[in-house]
Design a protein around this ligand. Structure first.
Ligand code: KMH
Ligand code: ZN
Length: 272
C-alpha cells in the first residue's frame, strides 16, 4: 500500500472556542498547531481563517499571515478552503486563491448543512475549477453526498481537473451522506479511475471511517473541523493528539506515513 497521507483540518468555520477551548484561532495559534501536527505525521493542512473575533473569514491577508507563519515552521502542504462558511459570497470564497496555495478545496455540489445550505451551483464549481487550473492549484474535490461524484466526473470530462484526481470524502454532515462503512464503500467504488481519496467522518463516525480508510489503502483527514472529541464525552486536547492516534493505528496495521514531499509527489502538485 502507498504511504498514508494525513490531512489535518484544525479550524473549520463552524466550531467555536466554547465547543472546544483548544481550537486554534489566531494565525500564531494556527501555525503552532500546524507545526505540531506536522511533527506528529500530518502532510497536508486544510486551512480556514478566523477574524479577530473568531468568526470565519476568507480575508486573503489573514490567510497570507497564517501561511507565512506555517512556512516559517515546516513544509506541510497548504490546502486553503474555498468553501469558507455557509452564506459567504462566491467572491469572498475564491479570494484566497490569488495567494496560489499548492492545493484548495472544491466542493462539487450543493448540500444541506445542518440547518443551513452549503451552496455550490454548477457555474460556481466550474469557475473555481477553471481558476485553480489556470493557477496550477491542485483541487481536492470535497464530496459531501454521492451526486457530487457525478458532478466531479463532469469536470474531469471537461478537462478542468488533472490526474490524479484528489477526492475528500466528507461523511456524516447532517444533510449529507451518512458516515457508515457501507456508504464509504459505495463512495469509493463510485470514484473514477486515476483517483486518490481521503475520508473523514464527522463526530462519532470519525474513528470507524478513519480506520476503515487506512485498511482500504485510502488516506485520512481529521481535526477539529470534523471532530472535537478524543473519545465519547472527552474533548481532544489538540489536533496533534488526534494525528498521533491515527499514526499509531496506521503503523500497527502496516501503513507507513507519507511526508509532505512524498505526498507532493503522489498528488503531483505543481506549485512549489
Ligand atoms: N464550512 C463548510 C460550509 C471547504 O472547506 O471547502 C464548508 C467547508 C468545505 O468547510
Ligand atoms: Zn473546510
Amino acid at each position: 500500500m502507498k504511504p498514508l497521507i494525513i490531512t489535518v483540518a484544525p479550524i473549520g468555520a463552524e466550531v467555536t472556542k466554547e465547543d472546544n477551548p483548544n481550537l486554534p484561532i489566531t494565525p500564531e495559534e494556527i501555525a503552532e498547531e500546524a507545526y505540531n501536527c506536522y511533527k506528529a505525521g500530518a502532510s497536508i493542512i486544510h486551512l480556514h481563517a478566523r477574524d479577530e473575533n473568531g468568526n470565519p473569514t476568507q480575508d486573503p491577508e489573514i490567510y497570507n499571515e497564517m501561511i507565512k507563519l506555517i512556512k516559517e515552521r515546516c513544509n506541510i502542504i497548504i490546502q486553503i478552503s474555498t468553501g469558507g462558511a455557509t452564506g459567504m459570497s462566491p467572491e469572498e470564497r475564491r479570494a484566497p486563491l490569488k495567494l496560489k496555495p499548492e492545493m484548495a478545496s472544491l466542493t462539487t455540489g450543493t448540500v444541506n448543512f445542518g440547518d443551513s445550505v452549503f451552496y455550490n451551483p454548477p457555474t460556481l464549481i466550474k469557475s473555481l475549477a477553471q481558476e485553480m487550473k489556470n493557477l496550477g492549484i491542485k483541487p481536492e474535490m470535497e464530496i459531501f453526498d454521492v451526486g457530487m461524484i457525478a458532478n466531479a466526473k463532469k469536470l474531469i470530462k471537461e478537462e478542468l481537473i488533472d490526474a490524479p484526481f484528489q477526492f475528500g470524502l466528507i461523511m456524516g454532515v447532517p444533510g449529507g451522506i451518512p458516515g457508515t462503512i457501507k456508504d464509504l464503500m459505495y463512495l469509493v467504488e463510485s470514484l473514477p479511475e486515476k483517483s486518490m481519496w481521503s475520508a473523514t467522518g464527522i463526530g462519532k463516525t470519525h474513528l470507524p471511517i478513519s480506520v476503515t480508510s487506512i485498511a482500504l489503502g485510502g488516506n485520512v483527514r481529521l481535526g477539529f473541523e470534523d471532530n472535537i472529541y478524543y473519545e465519547k464525552g472527552i474533548l481532544a486536547k489538540s489536533n496533534a493528539q488526534l494525528v498521533k492516534r491515527i499514526v499509531r493505528i496506521a503503523k500497527e496495521i502496516g501503513r507507513k506515513i507519507a511526508t509532505p514531499d512524498e505526498a507532493r509527489k503522489l498528488l503531483r502538485l505543481k506549485i512549489k
